[in-house]
Ligand binder design. Sequence first.
Ligand code: ADP
Length: 476
Amino acid sequence: MSIRLRLALCYGALFAVIIPLLTFLSYAIHARGQYDDLDRALVVSAGHAAAEAATSASGPHLVQGKGDLEIALRLYSPNGILEESSLGTEVLTSVNPRAVLRAQAGPAYDALTQLVPPLLTQSPSPAGGAFGLLVTPEQRWRLYVLPLHGTGRASGSIEALTPLGREDASIRGFPVALPIVGLMRLVVALVGSWAIAGNALRPIAKMIHTAQSIALSRDLSRRVATPSHRDELGQLAATFNEMLASIETAYQTQQRFVADASHELRAPLTAIQGNVELLRRQRTMSEADREEALVELERESARLSRLVADLLMLARSDAGTFLKRCPLDLDAIILDAFREARHLAHGQVLQLDPFEPARVEGDEDRLKQLLLILLDNALKYTPSDGQVTLGLCRRGTDVEVRVRDTGIGIAPEDLPHVFERFYRADPARNRDLGGTGLGLSIARWIVEQHEGEVRLESQPGLGTTAMVRLPLCLCP
Ligand code: ADP
């Protein structure tokens, strides 16, 4: 079921409950007010007649009710016999006034109006008399009997009465009218809710349409329209666009990476293929040429496997692999890497700078790989009469590892890019040196995994210093 339909049904159900309740309540209050008005008019009319009876020697005169109200008066003798009636010749059963006064009947409301909470209306007070009901086959009559406290004719009782036919008929019609009116209002509420929900959800429908067409066309450069106002829908559209932008960037990076990787893999593969072809075809080649082809084969295979290992490492980093870290002695790892790096040196002086013991929380293999990348770079880009120094010192809560060389250095315009994948300051030369252009990208990933930072400082022609800062481990 769509949100729009669900919203429309919810609103409809809410209105279906609220509207009949409010209609019922307002109608019941109105009807009850009408009954109460009649009762008040009866009390007033009977009171007037009683006052006249007290002052007139000839006894009370019966008068017609005033205004729209049809009020009749009847006069009873002290022993309850009907003596006079303003209804003229109309025959209406008389009542026993004493029985009415004894019974003290409540208001004339029917079941519907009696449901109205008493707080909402105030019933008229009987003022010495009593209300009663006279039910004839045609209609109900509301009556009010007031005893006269005089002598002779003035010692009986006055009855004021009024027909309830009109009020009763309109209330009887109410249960029929309520469902019809209620149904009409429900239909209006449903249609209105459907329209309002549709209007509110239109921007979402547009977004869905755009998202579907982006998914179909795979055109990540497209964006959904952002509503002008910055409400929840505006925020949703903006967030969706931000997400598209980051997916687009990630997708482009991935594409570039795949293109660069295939390009890098092609070079050693071509060299290997060429040499194998040469060895197969030229069976009579000299021993020296044969040796040269085999050396190149070996070198290119080694480069290929290095490249594949680096690519695997970066793929793991992209997949969000986390390193398993534990407390370890960084100085021991550095010494280990230092010893290994001595085999890579081709004449350069490799020495240790001030060296302090330090413990960090890390992955031993990856930290050693980090050191080897930095030392390998330093040795690769330093001539054989140069110098490479490795140092380790504490800096507050951190430990700093420095690999300093007196090599060719890096040009200022290249320095910001050397951590990018496959970036080489001097591509042709670096390839000859066996570089893959991935070493520093891997180094940065390892350092980030250890919550540290790595940076390079360099002066072309004078040398480069790589600095790695890692948090010290405070554990024993
Ligand atoms: P590579 O495998 O090519 O060395 P890296 O990612 O390790 O790739 O380094 C990227 C580039 O940064 C290198 O190609 C090189 O141009 C430059 N570079 C890195 N370290 C040094 C250094 N110590 N001295 C001079 N250039 C360096």
